[in-house]
Every structure is written in C-alpha cells, then in structure tokens.
Ligand binder design. Structure first.
Ligand SMILES: NC(=O)c1ccc[n+]([C@@H]2O[C@H](COP(=O)([O-])OP(=O)(O)OC[C@H]3O[C@@H](n4cnc5c(N)ncnc54)[C@H](O)[C@@H]3O)[C@@H](O)[C@H]2O)c1
Length: 164
C-alpha cells in the first residue's frame, strides 16, 4: 500500500460565500474527494447531480464523496446521487455514473462520532459545558436566549400547522 500525503494546500475549503452563486458546481467534479458537512437549514440548489456526473464522462476527477451531512432522505438534499446511508462494515455505495465512466463512491455514515466514542464525548462535553454553566443566568446568555426564541418560533409554526 502506498502512503498518500495530503498537504493543507491540497484542500479547498468552501463555506456560504463560495456556494452563494448556486450549484451545481463543476468545481466539485474537479477534485478527487468531496467532503460535504453543511448544516442544511433551507432549500438550496443541488451541489452536484447525477446528470452532471454522467455528462462529465471520462473527464471527471471526483472519485469519492464523503457526505457527512447525510441529508439522504431530505427532499432538499444537495447531493441527490445516492439514496442510502452506509455503515462502518459496508462504508461505500456506488453511484450510477453511466457506461464506461470512472467509478464514484459515496460514504454516507450517519453515526461517525461512534467510531471515536471517547473523543466524541469529550469534544461534545467541552462544547456544551460552558452553555450549561450559563443556565442559571440564562436571561443574559445568547445561547439560551436564541434557543428560547427558536423554540417559540417553532411552537407557533406547529400550532398554526395543526390549527390549534
Ligand atoms: N455523519 C455523522 O455522523 C455526523 C456527525 C456530526 C454532524 N453531522 C451533520 O453534519 C452537518 C454539519 O454539522 P455541524 O455541527 O458541523 O454544523 P455547523 O452548523 O457547526 O456547521 C455547518 C457549516 O456549514 C456551512 N453551510 C451551511 N449551509 C451552507 C451552504 N449552503 N453552502 C456552504 N456552506 C454551508 C455553515 O456556514 C457552517 O460553516 C449537520 O447536518 C449534522 O447533522 C453528521
């Protein structure tokens, strides 16, 4: 087995600004590995599509998609090129890329933190503890104020939707 060293310069990091122009994005087909870890909160244009992949034919560089977000069953899934979640024992699902085209695999494991349970628990605790300690003074704590605001908004939506 050959070691592969990936330097920081080999990694393209995108966030909201880069996707603001709206997909699908040719840039995704032009990298070896695409890791999607967005938090999908509203409908957005697809990042990559099955038709785009087939149309790229042999010129596609992309070989692996790691879909951390795993919005697999979400109707607004920005990566609608596969339809199942994979597992640690069977981690990849092939994409239908069209006859004669290079293969493309998706990793869509929706319980990745369980691979490193201790590290995941420690990290979640580190992130959560400061907010828990703020709870007694929640009237002045941004996290708790925003959480209550969101709770009341969603409650109002539910009341309206159910006609209560
Ligand atoms: N597969 C797993 O085991 C696993 C584990 C943890 C989290 N998740 C999922 O991963 C996702 C991200 O979680 P998180 O805690 O890192 O969320 P987060 O909110 O901390 O980070 C999400 C990032 O996505 C960016 N983003 C959102 N919409 C975007 C868009 N349209 N274009 C570009 N960037 C966009 C945001 O700016 C932010 O930087 C969530 O869907 C979460 O459920 C999956």
């Amino acid at each position: 087995m050959t070691d592969v060293i990936i330097s920081r310069d080999d990694i393209l990091k995108w966030d909201m600004a880069e996707t603001a122009k709206g997909g699908p994005f040719q840039e995704i087909l032009d990298v070896d590995i695409f890791v999607n870890c967005i938090y999908l909160s509203s409908p957005i244009a697809h990042f990559v599509t099955a038709a785009q992949i087939r149309a790229a034919g042999e010129n596609r560089r992309l070989r692996v998609v790691v879909d951390v977000s795993c919005d697999t069953t979400n109707p607004h899934n920005p990566i609608p090129i596969y339809s199942i979640n994979t597992t640690f024992s069977n981690p990849t699902v092939p994409v239908d890329v069209g006859e004669g085209n290079p293969s493309l695999s998706v990793i869509s494991i929706d319980h990745l933190p369980t691979l490193l349970p201790r590290e995941a628990s420690e990290q979640f605790s580190l992130d959560l503890l400061p907010s828990l300690l703020e709870f007694p003074n929640r009237a002045n704590a941004r996290v708790w104020l925003e959480a209550e605001k969101l709770f009341r908004e969603k409650l109002a939506e539910a009341v309206k939707a159910e006609g209560l």
